[in-house]
Design a protein around this ligand. Structure first.
Ligand code: IVH
Length: 670
């Protein structure tokens, strides 16, 4: 049965609109709709496609939400390797490069160049067949990369189809980078969850592409792809790199706006200086400029040597490092009670920013670098936004300095600190520690959580220090008179807070879960939990296994959630918050993974006849199922084709249901 025309048209309109919003958001930085409106459009399209699978277009934006193969990334071999670049560290080396080029071209006249920012991300290649994105891969060793298509699709800055004319097969090369602002947020979140922060945006970007489990979709969505080269499929008549960049933009790619055609090498230097001066204003990290011979025929003539083109060079920025003195080291107590050593530095300008603090991460890090108060250290902001202490200049160490250790007692509440055997973190175990409580309150009041108007950091400090709030739920029990007794708090502010609290009482389950400050439960996970359970009681009753079965929730998250609710003090806080009036709309629980086969795990073995293996896999996944490589007790079905391998005997041994191809087809939705 074919779908009515109205549905077909609606699907097309939605696809177009959603991709337009993606472009507005990513390419033009000027979104027209709220996130909620965007989600509504997206879900409408998903629902229509689920009801009418035949209407799903090969470039539908819903394809941005698939998962990578469970058994790891396939490799992609390329015909034209992705090249790397030689470096020039200064103008002299730049001149040597220019002279060599002119000599080799046998041309004493000036050679024109194109200067581009050197983006500090991860190189990727995107292949489009008949204008539709088919494979995206990491650079790997240049010739062989990893197929990370499913993860790349999540980044809405990657066009799923090319605008305008293109060859049958086109490969586009560029850099995937995490914008600095997102990187900072990501690392702040990681520190909060006591995860090792990423050293720089490049590592964070490369790491996101290679995620296989517990996929952080927010981070993928935030990735920005910028194109700078065409591998295969350069349109006939394209004569220069400048035209390549224009073509890429015309196809719908984001291209660095500040590339420039330079008539000779002196113009290149001027360009380099200009980009260097503005490096701190770039949305994504750059670590130099790339200088390319503009004319493609000249590029061809110059050729490449051992995977490095002879027609291009990376002109690196000087490293952003400075020396300064550690004036003090103190321990900061975070929301989860973690003690983080922080070095207070004599303020110094590094790459245009004044640095006066640097995290020393944990005791192991301090021991490894042996950082002491009074030491002269090298601080760096290379590719990082969080300044780092690179090393101590031991020759400058004064006499009688001492190794620094985290305090045995919490600097805020004096409780004895603990460090578990297999953890790097030292923490204050006192959940009523005012430092933790203040942080928890700020978190609870923040916009992503209960969004309490009128409750800022200062007021939180006052509430905790005066003892009015001794645990989270006390906040909703404070009375007007008690508030008015606080110093410097006027009637208006008290009214504001009470009104803010009143408004915040009506919330959503997801926000409530975020507000509780459970480790690892941020916006994404809270949303998954709220959708899966619909209300708090079924969530409280859920086992660790049930939590883990939710797509996007891995063992660490499941453990953290289960452990949180198993703690009686937390359970009583949750109950008290509800009795103090916190409410949310109950919703119908939805098994995530949607579709008939949600939550079911399949293993394919032997050769199939009606379906190819890839097809079978795709259809199982489209119906919400999972395909894994090895048979375990968690496997629901083993699909055995002809000549099944040892997986069949394994299935029999573990008493896993074995079905044949026809059995699989019967399970699949039409
Ligand atoms: S062109 C000629 N252009 O830097 C082929 N590469 O250090 C080389 N990169 O592997 C690529 N920005 O991942 C080119 N504007 C840019 C670039 C750029 C960053 C990366 C790329 C390359 C690496 C070499």
């Amino acid at each position: 049965m074919s779908a009515p025309t109205a549905v077909r048209e609606r699907v097309e309109t939605l696809c177009r609109e959603i991709e337009r919003h993606n472009r507005l958001y990513h390419m033009d930085d000027s979104p027209e709709v709220s996130d909620a409106e965007y989600d509504r459009l997206f879900r409408e399209l998903q629902a229509l496609e689920e009801a009418h699978p035949a209407l799903r277009r090969p470039d539908s934006p819903t394809l941005r939400v698939g998962s990578p193969p469970a058994e790891g990334f396939a490799t992609v071999e390329r015909r034209e390797p992705m090249l790397s670049l030689d470096n020039a560290m200064n103008a002299d080396e730049g001149r040597v490069f220019d002279q060599r080029i002119r000599r080799e071209l046998g041309d004493e006249a000036a050679v024109a160049y194109v200067g581009e920012p050197k983006l500090d991300g991860a190189g990727v290649e995107l292949v489009y067949e008949d204008g539709i994105l088919s494979v995206g891969s990491t650079r790997g060793d240049g010739r062989v990369g990893e197929d990370v298509t499913a993860n790349l699709r999540r980044s809405t800055s990657i066009p799923l189809s090319l605008s305008g004319d293109a060859a049958k097969r086109v490969s586009v090369r560029g850099e995937v980078a995490l914008p600095v602002e997102r990187f900072e947020k990501l690392n702040a979140g990681r520190l909060e969850r006591e995860l090792e922060p990423f050293a720089n945006p490049r590592n964070a970007a490369a790491g996101s592409l290679r995620q296989l489990h517990d996929i952080d979709t927010e981070r993928l969505r935030a990735l920005e792809f910028r194109a700078y080269a065409i591998g295969e499929g350069v349109p006939a008549g394209t004569a220069t790199q400048a035209e390549v960049l224009e073509q890429l933009a015309a196809w719908g790619f984001r291209v660095s706006v500040d590339w420039e055609r330079c008539a000779d090498i002196e113009a290149v230097f001027a360009y380099h200086e200009r980009i260097l001066a503005g490096r701190d204003r770039q949305a994504i990290e750059i670590d130099g400029t790339v200088i390319k011979v503009d004319r493609l025929d000249q590029q061809q003539e110059l050729g490449a040597l051992s995977r490095k083109p002879r027609w291009a060079i990376a002109f690196k920025f000087p490293p952003q490092q400075e020396h300064t003195v550690v004036e003090a080291i103190f321990a900061n107590v975070g929301r989860t009670g973690a003690l983080t050593p922080v070095a207070k530095l004599r303020p110094v300008r590094v790459g245009g920013v004044t640095v006066s603090n640097a995290s020393l991460h944990n005791q192991d890090e301090i021991d490894r670098k042996d950082v002491r108060v009074g030491d002269t250290v090298v601080v760096q902001r290379a590719g990082d936004v969080i300044p780092q202490v690179v090393k101590v200049i031991k020759a400058k160490r004064k006499k009688r300095t001492r190794k620094w250790k985290l305090p045995k007692r919490c600097p805020v509440c004096s409780a004895e600190t603990v460090r578990l055997e297999d953890e790097v973190v030292t923490r204050c175990p006192n959940i009523d520690c005012p430092a933790q409580l203040k942080n928890n309150l700020c978190h609870l009041a923040s916009r992503g959580a209960l969004d309490i108007e009128g409750l800022g950091e200062k007021l939180v400090d006052q509430l905790v220090e005066t003892g009015l709030v001794k645990r989270l739920s006390d906040l909703f029990a404070v009375e007007r008179d008690a508030l008015l007794s606080l110093e410097r708090l006027g009637e208006k502010s008290a009214e504001n807070l009470l009104a803010g609290l009143g408004k915040a009482r009506q919330t959503t389950l997801a926000r409530f879960l975020i507000a509780l400050g459970i480790r690892h439960v941020g916006e994404t996970v809270a949303d998954l939990l709220a959708r899966r359970f619909g209300d708090l009681d079924p969530l409280l009753a859920a086992s660790r296994e049930e939590l883990e079965a939710i797509e996007g929730v891995g063992p660490i998250i499941a453990e953290a959630v289960a452990r949180f609710f198993a703690d009686e003090r937390n359970a009583s806080e949750v109950a008290r918050l509800q009795s103090l009036g916190l409410r949310w709309q109950k919703t119908e629980p939805r098994i995530t993974g949607k579709g008939e086969l949600a939550g079911k795990t399949f293993v394919l073995t032997g050769s199939l006849s009606a379906l190819t293996r890839a097809e079978a896999k795709r259809r199982i996944q489209a119906a919400g199922g999972k395909v894994t490589a090895t048979v375990s007790k968690k496997t629901d079905y083993v699909v055995a084709g002809d000549d099944p391998g040892s997986k069949l005997s394994k299935a029999q041994e573990l008493e896993v249901e074995v079905i044949d191809e026809a059995g699989l087809v019967a399970l699949l939705p039409d």
